[in-house]
Design a protein around this ligand. Structure first.
Ligand SMILES: C[S@@+](CC[C@H](N)C(=O)[O-])C[C@H]1O[C@@H](n2cnc3c(N)ncnc32)[C@H](O)[C@@H]1O
Length: 191
């Protein structure tokens, strides 16, 4: 793992990002319930997906300011501007207020459907999806800058899903590789 990813994750006050009755379990390496039948992802998966993005960013040259999209994603400490989309309004609002209380000023939360991404803020230098879609949402690929990555769990709810690393090429086609088998809650389509 990139040392700066390790350092950043080490500073995340995860006990303040989960419901109070889960705070004493916050640093265990497994998902935790956050209400509304949803979970916060386990620290290992958060670290892995952040590291996949960081590795790509580093291979692209000196650190700059990046725009990162996170459908279904909670909090990350980053120098970049981060846009996160949550479909369950209560979870999105709670995330927004917890992130504000923790002093994150570079994260914008939208209540909406992550399948659609956030076209007004695109293109993104990276996208991390934290719920599994049956296939890669094309709108998210279309909102990536060419050469930049999308970490996306793909598969049906009760099947083995794969965390995919997808890189959009300049001609619009994608390069795709399986990172590891995972089990995520489904990315539910908005109405
Ligand atoms: C595994 S949890 C991840 C929670 C937390 N954001 C994290 O990164 O640890 C998946 C989250 O995706 C949200 N979600 C599911 N479908 C979605 C959609 N279509 N658009 C946006 N968020 C969605 C769920 O409500 C849930 O909060």
């Amino acid at each position: 793992m990139a040392p700066r990813v390790r350092a950043a994750l080490g500073k995340v006050e995860r006990h303040r990002l989960v419901p109070a009755d889960q705070a004493n379990l916050a640093y265990r390496n497994h998902p935790l319930p956050i209400g509304h039948s949803q979970t916060i992802s386990q620290p290992y998966i958060v670290a892995l997906s952040t590291d996949l993005l960081a590795a790509r960013a580093e291979s692209r040259g000196p650190r700059g300011r990046h725009r990162v999209g996170l459908p279904g994603r909670g909090a990350r400490r980053a120098r970049q501007q981060v846009y996160t989309i949550e479909i369950v309004e209560a979870l999105g609002r709670t995330a927004e207020s917890r992130l504000g209380a923790l002093g994150y000023k570079n994260i914008e939360v939208r209540i909406g459907d992550g399948y659609k991404g956030w076209p007004e803020k695109a293109p993104f230098d990276g996208i991390v999806v934290t719920a599994a879609a049956p296939r890669v949402p094309q709108a998210l690929v279309d909102q990536l800058k060419p050469g930049w990555p999308d970490g996306d769990p793909v598969g049906e709810r009760w099947e083995v899903q794969q965390l995919l690393l997808i890189v959009r090429k300049a001609d619009g086609t994608v390069e795709q590789k399986n990172v590891l088998p995972v089990r995520f809650v489904p990315l539910v389509p908005g109405r």
